[in-house]
Design a protein around this ligand. Structure first.
Ligand SMILES: O=C(CO)COP(=O)(O)O
Ligand SMILES: O=C[C@H](O)COP(=O)(O)O
Ligand SMILES: [Zn+2]
Ligand SMILES: [Zn+2]
Length: 358
């Protein structure tokens, strides 16, 4: 039995998301969530997952969504980020089924000052639900980790009540992800806030599970966005095991892994840290920086290999009147970027055990 025996291909929502995360947790694997900023990067992520025969998560950051809409559009009042997220979601919905894999459609970090972005996406979900009986997106992330725990939980609960009505999943963050996100530099936050405490997880679990089980927690265990010099990041994925045990014991639950965890800052992480995190209930791992690099690397390699064909429209080593159109056509060099991105997404799938799961 595999994923396609329990959910359909294409974008999945509600109970199907529940089934996929339960299945992943039970079978000890996780699904990569790839930050996408264009139809090209979305297609590369889908192609990669199809070819390793598993599911994928496509997500848009606030800036990524604005970029999708077009840098020429003003982002006043989050208009470009809302428009781009909706446009990207429709692109994913239009093509996902053709790849024959389950796809979770998600939006990334949303801090308090970006709540108008969240409101805009949620309005689009509600509108889509009224027509189709499901939300446009499978899930969204709220990142109120910079606020107090009480305020974080209170705002999340308010949104979760609204999201539960349309079967939309919520990912929340507690403890701070280091490095940079949405241009906010968290590289010098104090060390303790990079590691979430078991009581925080219990408080969230208690408050959220009264409303729905369609939620996941990005608990900080030293995670950092971006890739830095080796040894710079100290991950403690074993903390996730403490959280699971604490929730199980306090609430007298059957399951050893009652919580669905999300691993932020997947780029540059060791296979061993990823393996431990997944064994302790991580069902989703975000990857952005490494797939950005992979995309660029394809172009870099192409340029280096074909440099003499890329200096003018006409004239190359084969003759001064030879045309170079088939080298500078974006479909040629952007495709090279897609191919190297596909390889990196497949590496993430392998690290997470997300292969041959259909
Ligand atoms: O967590 C992420 C997006 O939310 C991705 O982090 P990286 O860029 O470190 O892979
Ligand atoms: O927050 C982390 C993600 O890598 C998003 O990055 P971004 O805001 O540069 O798109
Ligand atoms: Zn954060
Ligand atoms: Zn993140």
């Amino acid at each position: 039995m595999g994923l396609l025996d329990i959910v359909p291909s294409g974008v999945i929502t509600g109970d199907d998301v529940r089934k996929v995360y339960s299945y992943a947790s039970k079978h000890g694997f996780a699904i990569p969530a790839i930050n996408c900023t264009s139809s090209s990067t979305i297609n590369a992520a889908l192609e990669a997952a199809r070819d390793v025969k598993s599911a994928i998560i496509i997500q848009f950051s606030n800036g990524g969504a604005a970029y999708y809409a077009g840098k020429g559009i003003s982002n006043k009042d989050q208009q470009a980020s809302i428009l781009g997220a909706v446009a990207g979601a429709h692109h994913v919905r239009a093509v996902a089924k053709s790849y024959g894999i389950p796809v979770i459609l998600h939006s990334d970090h949303c801090a308090k000052n970006l709540l108008p972005w969240f409101d805009g996406m949620l309005a689009a979900d509600e509108e889509y639900f009224a027509k189709h009986g499901e939300p446009l997106f499978s899930s969204h992330m709220l990142d109120l980790s910079e606020e107090s725990k009480e305020e974080n939980i209170e705002i999340c609960v308010r949104y979760l009540e609204r999201m539960a009505k349309i079967n939309c999943h919520l990912e929340m963050e507690i403890g701070i992800t280091g490095g940079e996100e949405d241009g906010v530099d968290n590289s010098d936050v104090d060390n303790a806030s990079l590691y979430t405490q078991p009581q925080d997880i219990l408080d969230i679990y208690n408050a959220f599970s009264k409303i729905t089980d369609l939620f996941s927690i990005a608990a900080a265990f030293g995670n950092v966005h971006g890739v830095y010099a080796p040894g710079n990041v100290k991950l403690h994925p074993e903390l996730l095991g403490k959280h699971q045990a604490y929730v199980k014991e306090e609430l007298k639950l059957e399951s050893d892994k009652p919580v669905w965890f999300v691993f932020h800052g997947g780029s540059g992480s060791t296979e061993e840290d990823i393996r431990v995190a997944v064994s302790l209930g991580v069902v989703k791992m975000n990857v952005d920086t490494d797939t950005q690099w992979a995309y660029w690397e394809g172009i870099k390699q192409f340029y280096e290999a074909k440099k003499a064909y890329l200096q003018g429209q006409v004239g190359n080593p084969e003759g001064e009147n030879k045309p170079n159109k088939k080298f500078y056509d974006p479909r040629v060099w952007v495709r090279e970027a897609e191919k190297t991105m596909v390889t990196r997404v497949q590496q993430a799938c392998k690290d997470l055990g997300n292969v041959e799961r259909l």
